[in-house]
Design a protein around this ligand. Structure first.
Ligand code: IMP
Ligand code: MG
Length: 179
């Protein structure tokens, strides 16, 4: 894809880099204050949440560990088909941790309801979900995050880890995508 083709599909910046930084600073402080002294494991869902995880963990000022899982939801273009596969699992036992799932976006709710079901069965000390973005109007499966940094309308978005056909993850902001 040429630079021109890449740029013309970035329709509108929805959330700036500065707005993201500010919201993460607040979320990091909240986590640091409420989990101080407890064993924390941040679990990020790859690939989409890798940028959010990198910034959120650096906004946390108490000891914490990090882990990664890979969940793939299948897309037909920009529309979810409803199938979720765990293609890479955690390597650690989570039963001695307060687990915080760090997700990029909750759309239909299918991915997180599957991941939460799986992790709860492993009996962590507690389990919470923090998501950068929430698109509540798109829910197919009932699911609510403990914390959503931004609630957005039903529009396919890219950037800050989120992709369209694997591109655009490297944008430092969240934008609306359009052909
Ligand atoms: P779910 O539909 O809630 O299971 O969301 C599944 C995954 O789809 C998310 O973790 C994202 O990786 C991806 N996704 C959902 N909506 C968008 C979007 O607007 N842009 C990019 N990826 C999305
Ligand atoms: Mg994702």
């Amino acid at each position: 894809m040429t630079r021109e083709d890449f740029n013309k599909r970035i329709k509108k910046v929805l959330i700036t880099k500065e707005e993201i930084t500010e919201a993460i600073k607040i979320a990091g402080k909240e986590i640091s204050d409420s989990y101080d002294g407890r064993p924390i494991l941040l679990v990020s869902i790859l690939k989409g949440a890798f940028v959010f995880m990198a910034d959120l963990c650096r906004a946390i000022t108490v000891p914490c560990e990090i882990g990664f899982m890979c969940a793939k939801s299948y897309f037909d273009g920009t529309v979810s088909t409803g199938t979720v596969a765990i293609t890479m699992d955690l390597t650690q036992d989570i039963s001695n941790y307060h687990v915080i799932i760090v997700e990029d976006i909750i759309d239909t709710g299918r991915t997180l309801s599957e991941v939460v079901k799986l992790l709860k069965a492993r009996r962590p000390l507690s389990l919470k979900v923090v998501t950068l973005l929430d698109k509540p109007s798109r829910r197919v499966v009932e699911f609510e995050a403990d914390k959503a940094l931004f609630t957005i309308p039903d529009h396919f978005v890219i950037g800050y880890g989120l992709d369209c056909a694997e591109y655009y993850r490297n944008l430092p902001y969240i934008a609306e995508y359009g052909e």
